[in-house]
Design a protein around this ligand. Structure first.
Ligand SMILES: Nc1ncnc2c1ncn2[C@@H]1O[C@H](COP(=O)(O)OP(=O)(O)OP(=O)(O)O)[C@@H](O)[C@H]1O
Ligand SMILES: [Mg+2]
Length: 352
């Protein structure tokens, strides 16, 4: 039917450090932010992408949805980490139905898990530049038990998970929507989370390369704890710039800078690797998101190491954020952490 507005879903990003919820309203040419909220998770609730305390998450999620007065039940969520495998593979040129029928056998060669333990998806990217009779296919595999765990906690919170995506594509969505007019052909979206730093390189807005580094901003908290003999909460606050008794500002900053170098250096190395392997493609801009994007000096460090223009990603850039409903300062502060959740909220009920 013409003019029928498509239904939006609640964007729910269950990170290992914060749960984020974003609700958007389809308001014609642009989306309007309807709801945004976060809840902090205790440190060992999710370890290595695996839910360790499902009750804690479903309770927090339920409380968060209630406190935000969210009516909508349909959720789009995502998974990241080692249970997600995204690979570009070469297959003989064939139509989509034939890929559908053969992808299981093909994937078995590329995935380190039993093929019956994963959910598979794919996208034909186009003809291969390396082999004339081949095409590039993006293969996505996500472990079923992990998907089921996430579905379980969402259902226990009284919500209905209708789409389970992966963080990478949510970020891609958020980028596409908010940076529609971006002139760069090749960009890197880097999500520095608590435990994982996820680097996505997009060419012309679609997937080109992705890599996870299994360190993130949590490591800095741990270093502050260890080196200054602090508890988790105090170290976490110190990292965010809230002074701790008996700790000099410079002392803390040095630990943060030294430790963050481990992952900023890995980001630079990954982008270098992309340059040497992706004939002629140069990353023109780096966008940082995730809580780690808020670390003091991180933008300039990444820019210096890579020699590529770097800025903080703003997933609210193209959204209408009504002044009367939202504290604009809070939205600005939390923007980098909301990137995945916004990308998820942009998915429609009718999407695959
Ligand atoms: N102002 C700040 N300064 C420095 N670090 C911050 C700030 N705000 C949040 N963080 C850190 O960012 C991390 C949370 O970021 P984010 O929400 O992107 O992670 P997550 O999605 O929960 O984790 P992951 O994706 O790794 O599972 C935490 O480690 C938190 O300490
Ligand atoms: Mg995250």
């Amino acid at each position: 039917m013409f003019f029928k507005k498509s239904k939006t879903l609640l964007g729910l990003n269950i990170g290992s450090s914060y749960i984020k919820i974003v609700e958007l309203k389809d308001s014609g040419s642009r989306y309007t932010l309807q709801n945004f909220g976060m809840a902090i998770l205790p440190p060992d609730t999710i370890v290595d992408g695996t839910i360790m305390d499902s009750m804690a998450i479903s309770n927090l999620l339920k409380d968060l949805a209630e406190s935000l007065k969210i009516k909508k039940k349909q959720v789009c969520t995502s998974i990241s980490g080692h249970s997600v495998i995204i690979k570009k593979i070469l297959m003989p040129i064939m139509d989509e139905d034939t890929v559908e029928n053969t992808i299981h056998d093909e994937a078995a060669h590329h995935i380190p898990y039993d093929i019956f333990d994963v959910n598979l998806d794919f996208q034909i990217l186009g003809p291969s530049k390396e082999a004339e009779d081949k095409m590039e296919v993006m293969l996505v595999a996500v472990k079923k038990d992990i998907i089921n765990d996430y579905i379980g906690v969402i259902e226990d919170a009284g919500l209905n998970p209708v789409v389970v995506d992966v963080d990478h594509f949510a970020l891609e969505n958020a980028y596409e929507y908010n940076y529609d007019g971006a002139t760069e052909e090749v960009v890197a979206l880097v999500d520095i989370g608590a435990n994982i730093t996820n680097i996505n390189i997009l060419k012309d807005g679609t997937y080109s390369f992705t890599r996870d580094i299994t360190i993130g901003s949590r490591m800095l908290t741990e270093q502050l704890q260890k080196q200054l003999n602090l508890n988790y909460q105090v170290a976490e606050q110190l990292k965010m710039g809230i002074p701790a008794e008996g700790v000099g500002k410079d002392e803390a900053r040095k630990i943060i800078d030294d430790s963050s170098f481990t992952f900023t250096n890995e980001i630079a190395k990954t982008i270098d690797f992309f340059h040497t392997s992706a004939a002629g493609n140069q990353v023109e801009k780096i966008y940082l998101c995730g809580g780690g994007a808020k670390l003091p000096g991180i933008v300039s460090t990444v820019q210096e190491l890579t020699k590529i223009k770097t800025e903080v990603f703003n997933p609210f850039a193209n959204l209408i954020v009504p002044e009367k409903s939202f504290d604009q300062e809070y939205i600005r502060e939390m923007a980098p952490l909301a990137a995945v959740a916004v990308g998820l909220a942009l998915r429609k009920d009718t999407d695959k």
